[in-house]
Ligand binder design. Structure first.
Ligand SMILES: Cc1ncc(COP(=O)(O)O)c(C=O)c1O
Length: 385
């Protein structure tokens, strides 16, 4: 390969360029029709009752906790195996994130362990659909309903993923998506909240825009409004929303290619000795595979850097999802201490896995090239004395 095969790559073309150009020329950069249209199209795609655009997934999650009144003295259960944003969104409210280990095969939060952590202080449970593999939330939702605990789905990596035909984000009480450049679709930076709860949606709309009583279109006299509440500026701009509309239109094609790429890669590397592919064979799951995580076992455990560097030398981009269980990250370790025994599976994924690309940016010859190089290096290292 002459050029690097990137781990992730935003796919934009003339359509996004035309849209951005039109929006810039229109002079309407916020409070315009594009964010309304993007929300309506996202709502239709996911079959949600409400879709609320926000400036990022982190902002969306923080906004939800803040709106629910979660804060000091409260606890929110979160996975240890996730992006630090999942925990930060809780920490920013003053509440305490309670970390729970994951299942070693799927990387998804361990439901039994979640249930054991519930106590009087638990106000919410956040689950992450790790790498686009949906969590079967049946048990958590049942217990949470009984105890009036809010279930938030961090859907940063799960656009297109479903549980029994229900889109992720609609299984619990609310879900938040990310449109960061290498995600399933991008708006550069951006996020979307979906929820069945109309009352909550209404409050979120007010609090995402300074706690002001009237949206821009509701103001009869320009500049006439009142701040009825405390709020943020977590709005999505028209430029970002315009890109999102074009991306969502292309998404069914992106998703098909993503799943095909994952399945080809999985099939051709499944038999590699001393490796495990992160996955879940539960028939109720429709997975939207963000990437393919390969966990190294046995004698390969100490060879991760060697493999990553070899692939890099062959112009194959990789990544690590996620580099450390969040409670082991410096901020959380210093604040709450860290007990490695509690996060054995999350540590195993962080310490011994790496992530291979499966995005729609990959051509078939590139997938075959990755398979060939990966087979070569793993077989070689397995054979080494
Ligand atoms: C699971 C998870 N949650 C949240 C985020 C944060 O998303 P954003 O950058 O849109 O705030 C990420 C980012 O990669 C993520 O992987």
């Amino acid at each position: 390969m002459k050029k690097l095969i990137p781990f992730g790559k935003p796919l934009v073309d003339q359509k996004e360029l035309n849209t951005v150009s039109k929006i810039l020329k229109s002079g309407i950069y916020v409070h315009g029709p594009k964010s309304v249209e993007f929300e309506a199209k996202f709502k239709k795609f996911t079959k949600a009752r409400n879709a609320i655009s926000v400036s990022s997934c982190t902002a969306g999650m923080h906004l939800i906790y803040f709106t629910l009144g979660i804060g000091k003295g409260d606890e929110v259960i979160v996975p240890a195996q996730t992006h630090t944003a999942t925990a930060h969104a809780v920490e920013l409210t003053g509440a305490k994130p309670i970390f729970v280990d994951c299942d070693r095969n799927s990387g998804n939060i361990d439901q039994e362990k979640v249930i054991k952590k519930i106590n009087k202080k638990t106000k919410a449970i956040c689950v992450v659909h790790f790498l686009g593999i949906p969590v079967d939330l049946t048990k958590i939702v049942k217990v949470a309903k009984k105890k009036k605990i809010f279930v938030l789905e961090d859907c940063a990596l799960s656009l297109g993923a479903k549980f029994k035909k229900t889109h992720t984000g609609l299984i619990g009480d609310a879900g938040v998506f990310s449109f960061y450049p290498v995600k399933h679709i991008t708006t550069a930076e951006g996020g979307m909240i979906i929820t069945k709860n109309n009352k909550l949606a209404k409050k979120l709309r007010v609090k995402k825009a300074f706690g002001i009583d009237k949206s821009f279109s509701e103001r009869k006299i320009s500049g006439f409004y009142d701040a009825i509440d405390l709020g943020f500026n977590y709005r999505m701009s028209e430029i970002h929303a315009g890109i999102g509309i074009e991306q969502l239109e292309k998404f069914p094609k992106f998703l098909k290619k993503r799943i095909t790429n994952f399945n080809i890669l999985k099939k051709k590397i499944a038999k590699l000795k001393n490796t495990l592919i992160i996955n879940d064979t539960n028939k109720n799951l429709f997975k939207s595979h963000y990437c393919l995580n390969l966990v190294l076992k046995g004698k390969l455990k100490t060879k991760r850097l060697q493999i990553i560097n070899f692939l890099k030398s062959q112009k194959i981009g990789t990544s690590i999802y996620y580099p450390q269980p969040v409670p082991r990250m410096t901020y959380y370790r210093k604040k709450y201490g860290y007990n490695s025994k509690l996060f054995k599976n999350a540590s195993e994924i962080s310490d011994y896995s790496f992530s291979l690309p499966v995005g729609p940016h990959l051509r078939n010859d590139q997938i075959n090239y990755i398979i060939k190089k990966l087979n070569y290096i793993i077989n070689k290292l397995n054979a080494d004395k």
